[in-house]
Each structure stands twice: as structure tokens, then as C-alpha cells.
Design a protein around this ligand. Sequence first.
Ligand SMILES: C[S@@+](CC[C@H](N)C(=O)[O-])C[C@H]1O[C@@H](n2cnc3c(N)ncnc32)[C@H](O)[C@@H]1O
Length: 360
Amino acid sequence: MLLDVAPTNPDVRRGRDAAASQRTGARRRPRPVRGGGVQPQVGHVPVLAHELLDTLDARPGQTAVDCTFGAGGHARQVAHALGPTGTLVAVDRDPAAAGWFESFAAEVPCAVRFIRASYLDALTGLQAEEAHVDLVYFDLGMSSMQLEQGGRGFSYSHDEPLDMRMDPGQQSTAYEIVNTFDQRALAAIMREYGEERHAGSIARAIVNGRARQPIQTTLDLVATINAAIPAPARFASGHPAKRVFQALRIAVNDELGQLDGALPAAWDLLAPGGVLAAISFHSLEDRRVKRFLAARAEGCICPPDLPICVCGHTPEAALRSRRAIVPSPAEVAENPRSGSARLRAAVKLAVPAPDSGAGA
Ligand SMILES: C[S@@+](CC[C@H](N)C(=O)[O-])C[C@H]1O[C@@H](n2cnc3c(N)ncnc32)[C@H](O)[C@@H]1O
């Protein structure tokens, strides 16, 4: 379901603005929110911000979709590049982002629209509206605010209910997974989504522990993990619960299913010449983005032993760079969270129509 918290302002559906608004349902710049809207309690530093802006090459008058708006760090930069004739559609499934969007909308020059929904639902909704856009980008995972603001259950450093939902309206929580999934399913989640070496023994400890009493909070889970792993692993680099928390968060929010569905939907929305970009923070995401873009950038797919091309397959995409773009050492020093970030992007090429005679 798509929920607009920033409905279209019918007063501005004129001229070029009207065309942009009709394409994406955006509204023109609103009046400043009284009280400045809900400000992030803690700062979120956008990762690879200059690199993303460079890669997108946003121009005045274009339409962009920010699929992971957060506190609008990236969106602010893109919105300024789009200018007064451009349009930015912001998507986030966390209701907290709606408050940050209000202050963002009051300060940027372009037309804006907020869709509070998963990016998969939002992109599917835009497809149904037959929207065509110039830029779509993702900054995957969770924001610093989600991690640091109390009560969301993302942090292994504070004692909070085991929740981890980005959208609090969603039913399933980390509590449900930890306290109801069988041992094999728990181990599979930790192994697959967290690459946790001790997944088997942690899953066994969870099942034994919850037989006595449910594992209620983040620190109950941390204690269970600590008790299940060998002593050296407790003192190895990184927090011993980091991988399990990542795995649970991915499972609760179906992060990989979302990405698998969203990449083709985003690609479909792009007009020729448009750019799709994604910043990922772990290999499970990066691999998906890399494979998706590489498949679109592939030309001839004939078996290598054929002397001439018979497939007629032409590339739909030109990769912005063959390798992922990574943060500079200076950025990592300033914001250690950026250390694992990888940016990949591609431009959508105009594909010749099937009967145009191009190809084989
Ligand atoms: C890393 S933060 C983005 C930060 C943002 N780029 C900024 O500069 O402030 C990721 C955001 O994406 C949102 N998010 C993650 N997965 C999502 C999904 N499948 N659908 C919609 N929003 C999602 C999260 O709620 C979070 O606010």
C-alpha cells in the first residue's frame, strides 16, 4: 500500500511543473513546517555522498527516486542538483522518515513527494502509475538513527525489546523469530544472512535458553550468544553479536527479497539515459546489485565457441565503473560505518526495437 504524507498540491500543476507532478504525483515546495518538523535526534552522515552525486550526474529538471530516504542526507544533495524544475520522490518504510521529510521538503528547491512504503511497493506503485524517471538510487540497510534511537531493538549495546522492524506496522519481529523458529531455521538465518561461523551452537543455545524463559531483549540475546561461542570468539575483532543481529535484521525486514524485487522494478521505471545506483554494506547485497547490473550490461550471450553472434542480444546498460566505488580512507576515518560501503551504478541505454533490424 502506498501512503502519501505529502499529497500533491493541485495549485502547482501548471506548465512543466504540471508534467513533472503528473508523472510522479509530486508537490511543489511546501511552506516551512512550523517548529521545523521532526529533526533527527542523532546525526546520520550520508555515506559516499560525493561519489553518489557524481555517479548520478543529476541535472536540472530531472526526476529522481530516493528509495531509502532516511534523514534525507543524499536526497538533499540530489534535490539541489535537480533545481526548481526537478522532482524528487522520497521513499522510506520507517514512519520516522516522514518527519524528517517535512523539514527536507521545506528547504529544497524542487518538487517533492514522500511515499511511506517499502521500496518494492513504492516502485511497483510508480510502475502502475506509468511513471518514467531519470534517476533511482538506494542506500541500503538501516540508518544511524534507527540504530541509536532507543527502543527499536537494532542495537546490541542497549537493552531493548527484540524488535528490529523498520516498519513498526509490520507483524513479524526479531522476538518472534528468536522465540518461535526451530533450531535449523535459526541456524540457517545466521549462517546465510550473517555468515556466522558459530550459527549451529548459537541456534542450539537459543532453543535451550527459550525453553526456560523467552528471550525478551537485545541484551538477553547477546548473553545467549556469548555463552554459546568459544572464548576467543568473544574477544575477536568486532562485537560477538554483530553478525547475528545483522542476520536477524535482514530476516525481519526481508531485506534481500526487497532488493531482488526492487532492482528490476527500478530498472523498468528508468527512461533511456537514466541511472540506477545502489550503495550496499555487505556482500549479500553487493553481489545482488553487481549481478543485476552486469546482466544488463552484457552484449552477445552466444556460446564462446560460435564463430559469429547469432543471439542478437544487445546491452541495455553501460556500467558507470567496472569495480565498485569505495569510500576514501579519509571518509572511513571520519565515519567508520562507511568502511564496508560499495557503490555500483549503470546508465540505461536505449535498446533498439526488436523489428529494427539491429542485432545479429
Ligand atoms: C542507510 S539509511 C538511508 C540514509 C539516507 N540515504 C540519508 O542520507 O539520510 C536506509 C533507510 O532505508 C530505509 N529502508 C531500508 N529498507 C527499506 C525498504 N525495503 N523499503 C523502504 N525503506 C527502506 C530504512 O528505514 C532507512 O531509513
